[in-house]
Design a protein around this ligand. Structure first.
Ligand code: SAM
Length: 359
């Protein structure tokens, strides 16, 4: 029986107001995230960026949408702090920062694509609640399709900003090998954003992207053909424990090892497929080494993703579920069990931890 709180405990009014304030903010965030996806999909941000300031009538006309809905969307977006409103003219516009974050998908600061990912996860809430009772898992590919494209769009800006300029140079000797011409596997590559970015930067190297989700590999192939990189990149449907090839100088795992139900088996396979002096690049979400070190905005995002997508995929596919917030010690133990002897935390970013793992 639930205890009657009102009879037994005193409510601190200040703390109550602060809690309710946070919750109201989250109501707004939850409902408004659908509106960000709509604005992104219908080109509303882009039109404001290129032609703003615009009134609702002007924005609707430029985007071929219905003014009555656009008018309400604009109020919500201005209340969210995502766009600016000028009461004197009735027109809305974007600041340079809002433009970078919401309208320009080629910008490393672009984040609107992330809403496509997170809203796709919310759509699975009923099913995930059932899994709390049944203990069953849910495979990556069984989620709403927005997850696959949204994941690519969420991660791509960070990879664009960091991968070849900061991350590869942080690994001992790897940049030199890639510049001279090396063989690289990108395991759990999804739509292959990381594979493409590396292939662009290191034209003498050969890149192989593997993922066991066939629809993602199909999308990756299409993107790489459109980017004119098909001569040095190929994608194949393959699992982390059985992808083909050997002698790879670099094997990468971008935000995926913790999703795998057999991470030790995955790295054991990599141990066999890697060149004698090769390197594993393990990019994992930023997470603390204690539970309480995750009590921050990034930890909040990743712990939600862990419940809704990463842990269910691991539960569905193997004996181990590291979870999105896998500690450094847990990841090190996986690498050691798989037969690697060197494990180094090479770099941190606000969203990621980078590990260099070597035979
Ligand atoms: C969070 S996504 C990351 C995708 C991509 N690396 C990126 O950074 O955009 C995780 C990916 O791992 C893949 N994956 C999970 N388990 C796998 C396994 N055992 N073998 C191959 N791919 C796997 C999923 O299909 C999914 O594409």
């Amino acid at each position: 029986m639930v205890k009657n709180v009102a009879e037994t405990e005193v409510i601190d009014q200040e703390k109550m107001q602060a809690l309710l304030g946070r919750i109201i903010g989250d109501f707004g965030a939850t409902a408004s995230s659908a509106l960000v996806v709509i604005g992104d999909r219908l080109g509303l941000y882009k039109a404001l960026a290129s032609d703003g300031p615009l009134t609702s009538v002007e924005l609707a006309k430029r985007t071929n949408t219905t003014e009555r809905y656009v008018r309400e969307w604009l109020i919500n977006q201005a209340a969210s702090g995502y766009i600016e409103y000028n009461p004197a003219t009735g027109a809305y516009s974007l600041t340079p920062e809002q433009r970078a974050a919401l309208a320009d998908d080629a910008n490393p600061l672009f984040v609107a694509g992330g809403f496509e990912l997170f809203i796709s996860l919310v759509k699975d809430e009923e099913h995930v609640a059932e899994m709390f009772r049944s203990g069953e898992g849910m495979r990556w590919g069984d989620h709403h399709a927005g997850l696959f494209r949204g994941t690519e769009r969420f991660f791509r800006p960070g990879y664009l900003a960091n991968l070849t300029s900061n991350w590869i140079p942080a690994l001992a000797g790897v940049r030199e090998k890639l510049e001279a011409g090396a063989t690289v596997a990108d395991v759990g590559c999804g739509h292959g954003a990381s594979t493409q970015i590396m292939a662009n930067a290191y034209p003498k190297s050969r890149f192989f992207g593997f993922d066991n989700h066939a629809a993602s590999i199909e999308a990756a192939r299409q993107e790489v053909a459109e980017a004119g990189l098909a001569d040095r990149v190929s994608f194949e449907v393959a699992g982390a424990t059985d992808f083909p090839g050997s002698g790879y100088e670099l094997i990468c795992y971008f935000d995926c090892l913790h999703d795998m139900g057999d991470p030790v088996g995955a790295l054991r396979h990599a141990r066999e497929a890697i060149a004698a002096d090769g390197t594993i690049l393990l990019v994992e979400p930023m997470a603390g080494n204690t539970v309480e070190e995750n009590f921050n905005p990034v930890g909040r995002v990743y712990s939600a993703a862990s419940v809704l997508v990463c842990t269910p995929n691991a539960v569905a596919t193997g004996p181990v579920a590291l979870g999105t917030l896998a500690t450094e010690a847990a990841l090190r133990a996986v690498a050691e069990e798989a037969g690697f002897t060197r494990f180094r935390r090479a770099m941190d970013t606000p969203f990621n931890r980078l590990f260099e793992v070597r035979p």
